[in-house]
Write a protein that binds this ligand. Structure first.
Ligand code: MLT
Length: 413
């Protein structure tokens, strides 16, 4: 008898963005003439940069020639991309990494869901609340939580780190024992960002308590303030206690192209039951060699082009474009009387719902009365209740129009 993975039955509903897509599709079917503006899922709308397209064309041509054709690539990624990452993302910030500390993946969502496989099956983890749902849902599926508690909107056995206006929506290190902590900085969903001294406190606590920080810096290109680190490895000693994940989705428009990387420093250790230190880098290498056959060559050449002078200039122009949208949302909704957080170091605005309205009610109201799609804060965790997230990844015209439509509802008296 095939025994199903019963952990799946702990999940109270579908994946957040699948639920939203279903609701939006139903609304669109019922209102075929509605002019909807989608500021829900953080999906980019600008086309790939010309330098990236050119690199992909070249790589496609190489695949057409027997002399330059590529079959299976290295499971860890090609050295041309690994070295471009070290040079472009780390040496520029005074961080030294070896090529074999970089692992190319096919998207940070995949990497972040799988990284737990190198830790013990009795893994205890902490997450910010609210949080990017993949960290939590993937651990539920792997049996690292107790049951879902509908009354609190939490899983038993998970350490939640509340992010509230009082702490600036910045998770504080856990006081109880955990094995790993997921940190997204700048934060998805709140759009807020931890400073260097705040990250130093995290690294210090991780060292003292021997936990590993799974650091998701997917939004680092959006940082505008000088005291917000772009990498956790800017913090002294972080290589001993952190794994960093990066995506090309938001910095280079790869949401549909799929490429990412994981940095597993050789100095990072976890421990056996008897307390012996075991290096994590060879474990992730072993995992990748077994489970993964590498990101396609054409895609890795595309990612490499991001680091060329033209690629940098073109991609950063798109980031600037999206950040202008973020400011349009932040400033426009603030002017309309809303309390808005984030959108300074991040393409996400975290907006307090009017008059204590529930997140999903506000989502429905905006969909129905303004035809604007958002993401309800409660979808990211119980402390997201009373908020909604808007993404800056739309077009400028749509962003202006969406803000105007929301303001016109005159919800704040
Ligand atoms: C989001 O909207 O939170 C993300 O873009 C979704 C993702 O990266 O998977």
């Amino acid at each position: 008898m095939a025994h199903v993975n019963e952990n799946y039955s702990k999940l109270p509903g579908n994946y957040l963005f699948a639920t939203i897509a279903k609701k939006v599709d139903a609304y669109a079917a019922a209102h075929p003439h509605a002019n909807m503006i989608r500021l829900g899922i953080g999906d980019v709308t600008r086309p790939l940069a010309p330098a990236i397209i050119a690199a992909m064309h070249n790589a496609v041509d190489e695949m057409a020639d027997a002399a330059t054709f590529r079959g299976y690539g290295p499971e860890q990624g090609y050295d041309f991309l690994r070295n471009a990452i070290i040079k472009g993302d780390y040496e520029t910030r005074g961080i030294h990494l070896d090529t074999d500390e970089i692992f190319i993946g096919d998207g940070a969502k995949t990497d972040v869901a799988y990284i737990q496989q190198i830790f013990g099956s009795d893994l205890k983890f902490a997450v910010a609340d609210p949080v990017y749902p993949v960290y939590l849902d993937s651990n539920v599926m792997m049996g690292h939580t107790g049951n879902w508690n509908a009354a609190t909107g939490t899983y038993d056995g998970v350490v939640y780190l509340p992010c509230t206006p009082e702490n600036g929506f910045k998770a504080e290190p856990p006081t109880e024992k955990v094995d790993i902590v997921y940190l997204c900085n700048p934060s998805n969903p709140t759009g807020t960002a931890m400073t260097k001294s705040e990250l130093e406190a995290w690294v210090r606590t991780a060292k003292e308590n021997k936990f590993i920080i799974i650091y998701d810096s997917a939004y680092e290109t959006y940082i505008t303030e000088p005291d917000v680190p772009h990498s956790i490895f800017e913090i002294e000693g972080a290589k001993e206690v952190a794994i960093e994940l990066r995506s090309y989705s938001k910095c280079a428009g790869f949401t549909g192209t799929r490429c990412s990387y994981v940095v597993v420093p050789k100095a990072a250790n976890a421990y056996t039951a008897t307390g012996e230190a075991v290096a994590l880098n060879p474990l992730w290498n072993r995992r990748q060699c077994t489970f993964f056959n590498g990101t396609p060559y054409i895609i890795q050449r595309a990612a490499e082009a991001y680091y060329s002078p033209e690629g940098q200039q073109q991609c950063l122009a798109d980031v600037k474009y999206y950040m202008e949208n973020a400011h349009i949302i932040r400033d426009g909704l603030t002017k309309a009387g809303f309390t808005v957080y984030g959108a300074t170091n991040s393409p996400y605005a975290w907006v307090q719902t009017p008059n204590g309205m529930k997140s999903w009610d506000f989502f429905d109201l905006l969909l129905d009365k303004a035809q604007v799609v958002t993401t309800p804060g409660t979808g990211f965790g119980p402390h997201g209740e009373g908020y909604m997230r808007l993404t800056a990844f739309g077009s400028k015209e749509n962003t202006i129009e969406a803000v105007q439509r929301i303001a016109n509802l005159k919800l704040i008296k």
